[in-house]
Design a protein around this ligand. Structure first.
Ligand code: BTN
Length: 252
């Protein structure tokens, strides 16, 4: 079924991810989508809220299942594939180049334009699924952004994108997400990881601050390994692959 062929549209919803999860648990199929004009409890990563004012952004979630009822392919790469899809859709519709900050952030001119919230339920096994939620700031002006985010967030409008609509962006996103999901489904992890790396907001060699459950440390960013995991090197040491990173930032 093409992505977005079945869309549950809402004027207002708590969170499209929560709606999509409920639909998936009730048996909704691969590619089913939820799209809302407004979210009252939009969720970001790490338990943060996602500000979702009516009509000013794209707030959507897709249900992803594996081919023939099997496991979702390369489930750990879904956020990266979704970031690529969002960045393609933005270029197609608004004509803006975006950068991707591993693993969930979509940036434009150094500010956050959107994010991905990917949540799996038994996704590594047959019958499981992933809900991939995508939030993009579209028509927000500076006053529409929460004061504490004004210095670090942007929208297509604020970034000077070509005039576009949430609907046009939505139509493009359905196509681009389907395309990147199919890349994963045919096992071409290299295309996802390589393209993500080529759009990275953080150049290789940049000093970064990493937060893990074990604490915070500084290192040099070395890129991604073939599985899309973060590779860094601590001063004077060789590259290491990190498994459970809570936060990645440029070191100031
Ligand atoms: C992030 O913190 O960067 C991820 C933000 C993800 C927001 C989107 S909006 C649609 C979907 N529904 C939610 O509640 N969150 C995601």
């Amino acid at each position: 079924m093409p992505f977005g062929a079945i869309v549950h549209r809402f004027e207002t919803v708590a969170s499209t991810n929560d709606e999509a999860r409920a639909l998936a648990l009730a048996g909704a199929g691969h590619g089913t989508a939820v799209l809302a004009r407004e979210q009252t409890l939009g969720r970001g990563t790490k338990g943060r809220a996602w500000h979702s004012p009516a009509g000013l952004g794209l707030y959507a979630s897709f249900i992803l299942r594996g081919p023939e009822g099997g496991a979702v392919p390369s489930v750990h790469l879904v956020p990266l594939a979704a970031g690529l899809a969002a960045s393609d859709a933005i270029l197609e519709t608004a004509g803006l180049e975006t950068r991707l900050k591993w693993p969930n952030d979509i940036l434009c001119r150094g500010k956050k334009l959107g994010g991905i919230l990917s949540e799996g339920v038994g996704a590594g096994a047959a019958g499981g699924f992933v809900v991939v939620g995508i939030g993009l700031n579209v028509g927000a002006g500076a006053d529409d952004l929460p004061p504490d985010l004004r210095a670090t967030a942007t929208s297509l409008r604020l970034a000077g994108g070509r005039d576009t609509t949430v609907e046009a962006l939505w139509a493009a996103l359905c196509r681009t997400l389907e395309r990147w999901y199919n890349v994963l489904a045919r096992g071409d992890k290299e295309a996802v990881v390589g393209t993500f790396a080529s759009r990275s907001a953080i150049p290789v060699g940049t000093a970064v601050r990493i937060e893990t459950a074990g604490g915070v440390f500084e290192a040099d960013y070395r890129g991604l390994d073939p599985e899309g995991r973060l590779v860094v090197s601590r001063r004077g040491a060789g590259p290491v692959v990190l498994d459970a990173v809570l936060r990645l930032e440029r070191a100031s």
